[in-house]
Design a protein around this ligand. Structure first.
Ligand SMILES: O=C(O)CCC(=O)C(=O)O
Ligand SMILES: [Fe+2]
Length: 165
């Protein structure tokens, strides 16, 4: 348990999305998958978060004021050998109120190897990802060559590009 706590970094972030200047629905946060382990989100009464389903459909999230949204990040998805997918999500704004959200982002700390557990690998489920250090991956994530590849549409998932077997 101590190792689990020690191996994780936590970042708490408050986000403000200003009300759109036009009547149309506007992109406030572009579609993405979180690269971390897990994200917990809380928001004010202004909706806007959309999650993409397997069929590509965007689903509006309407959490009650006493609930949190839990998103699986790509790092957890890779750790679980792809058993749980990390959903693509975005924020669309409409109406005349600002939106506030609070996110707790958990991220693996450098110096710990993320390795698919043997229990999740068998003949029907071959290993999909190489063991890696998340901080080393972040260097790849922010490298110029990777940024250029993303701009040209070269990568769907940078983490999968980094550590796929
Ligand atoms: O504000 C939200 O509801 C989502 C924020 C988010 O997806 C992110 O910061 O990665
Ligand atoms: Fe996100």
């Amino acid at each position: 348990m101590d190792e689990l706590i020690d191996s994780t970094n936590y970042q708490l972030r408050v986000m403000k999305y200003e009300k759109p200047k036009t009547k149309d629905s506007t992109h406030a946060l572009a579609a993405h998958c979180d690269t971390n382990t897990m994200t917990l989100l809380y928001q004010n009464e202004v909706n806007g978060l959309q999650i993409q389903s397997k069929d590509g459909e965007w689903i509006n999230m309407k959490p009650s004021l006493n609930s949190f949204i839990v998103l699986i990040g790509e790092s957890l998805s890779v750790w679980l050998n792809g058993r749980l997918p990390s959903p693509s999500h975005r924020v669309m704004m409409k109406g005349n109120e600002d939106r506030y959200s609070l996110g707790l982002f958990t991220r693996p700390r450098g110096g710990y190897v993320i390795k698919v557990p043997n229990e999740l690998v068998d003949d029907n489920n071959p290993i999909l990802f190489k063991p890696h250090d998340h901080e080393e991956y972040l260097k790849f994530y922010y490298s110029e060559i990777t940024q250029a590849a993303v701009k040209s549409g070269g990568y769907i998932s940078r983490l999968k590009a980094y550590c796929s077997v």
